[in-house]
Design a protein around this ligand. Structure first.
Ligand SMILES: C[S@@+](CC[C@H](N)C(=O)[O-])C[C@H]1O[C@@H](n2cnc3c(N)ncnc32)[C@H](O)[C@@H]1O
Length: 212
């Protein structure tokens, strides 16, 4: 799903590459001519190097130790993939954006915070997709520089394109998010912790409304 959102590129940087599977897929499928497979930790980069060698792609996929874009130079990549980390971490990485044209973002959490950051910092969401693997569901988005007028709370939580286009997995995805929020709601109720009750109830109600 992440790779399917990547526009044809001369060079992609895959920030937080870990095993480098996305990086390898992008060159193997001809989506990008080359990829910089970057990670903040040496351990994942060692695994990435092994995989890159095993797939014979050392010329097209280069590994690089980098905290976000720190060691990526301006103009080195047209597209950045930032997948499989929390929305808050993705926001931190985007704060040091080096003028890249396209971003494919796949947050594991903090979807609302990430979309709010995009809205406030001059990014536009161009596409969004949902996928399911086993019992887990994921959302990824294609983002570029631009302006979004505003986003409603349901759009911030679930995604403006997904709400507009309602792809086949839409209802299942909202139910998945509803299941997560219900377990937080139950914990709040059983522990008598009232601080987040209003916020969680609002989100719970909006998810229920989306699938009515
Ligand atoms: C769960 S893995 C995701 C791997 C892959 N992107 C995917 O979606 O399958 C998250 C990776 O992000 C790396 N990471 C976390 N924060 C980072 C940062 N600020 N800069 C670069 N890499 C980071 C971690 O070391 C880890 O290898």
């Amino acid at each position: 799903m992440v790779a399917s959102l990547v526009p044809e590129s001369d060079s992609v940087c895959d920030i937080g590459t870990d095993h480098a599977y996305v990086a390898l897929y992008l060159v193997k499928k001809g989506i990008s001519k080359r990829v910089i497979a970057a990670d903040i930790k040496k351990g994942p980069l060692m695994q990435a190097t092994k995989n890159i060698c095993a797939y014979g792609e050392s010329l097209r996929v280069e590994t690089r130790l980098s905290n976000g874009f720190e060691n990526i130079s301006k103009g080195e990549a047209n597209t950045a993939v930032i997948a499989g980390m929390g929305g808050e971490t993705i926001c931190e990485i985007l704060k040091n954006d080096i003028g890249i044209e396209n971003f494919v973002l796949q947050p594991q959490s903090g979807h609302c915070e990430l979309r709010a950051f995009l809205l406030e910092n001059g990014y536009v969401i161009k596409n969004e997709k949902i996928s399911r693997e086993g019992r887990k569901m994921y959302v990824a988005m294609l983002v570029s520089r631009g302006k979004m007028e505003s986003l409603t709370l349901p759009e911030l939580e679930i995604g403006p394109i997904l709400i507009k286009e309602r792809p086949p997995l839409f209802n299942d995805y909202v139910k998945y998010r509803l299941y997560e929020i219900n377990s937080i709601y139950d914990k709040i109720i059983s522990s008598n912790a009232s601080e987040r009750l209003e916020e969680i109830t609002t989100i719970k109600n909006l998810y229920e409304d989306l699938i009515k």
